[in-house]
Design a protein. Structure first.
Length: 85
């Protein structure tokens, strides 16, 4: 159950970079693969969850991964990633 102080009619405050939880973002960083099999590929679409563990970026869930990924703001975009050269 949720207490009255845990709910609000107002949207949650914006996260770093002006993003909001649930917003879709695009990876514009070089593709990276992790030892556990998770990956963030250039151009991948992810869902913003919250601020990252350092508080200076975002925690993003990319489909197919087991865990959300801590991302830096320069590695994300509001718009689809441009084609690679």
């Amino acid at each position: 159950s949720c207490g009255v102080d845990a709910v609000s009619r107002e949207p949650p405050p914006r996260l770093p970079g002006g993003y909001r939880p649930g917003q879709l973002v695009y990876s514009v960083a070089e593709s990276i693969h992790f030892e556990d099999g998770d990956a963030v590929l250039y151009g991948a679409v992810g869902e913003v969850l919250c601020h990252n563990s350092a508080g200076n970026g975002l925690c993003v869930y990319f489909e197919g991964n087991k865990e959300p990924i801590d991302c830096q703001l320069p590695d994300l975009s509001w718009a689809p990633a441009p084609p690679l050269p």
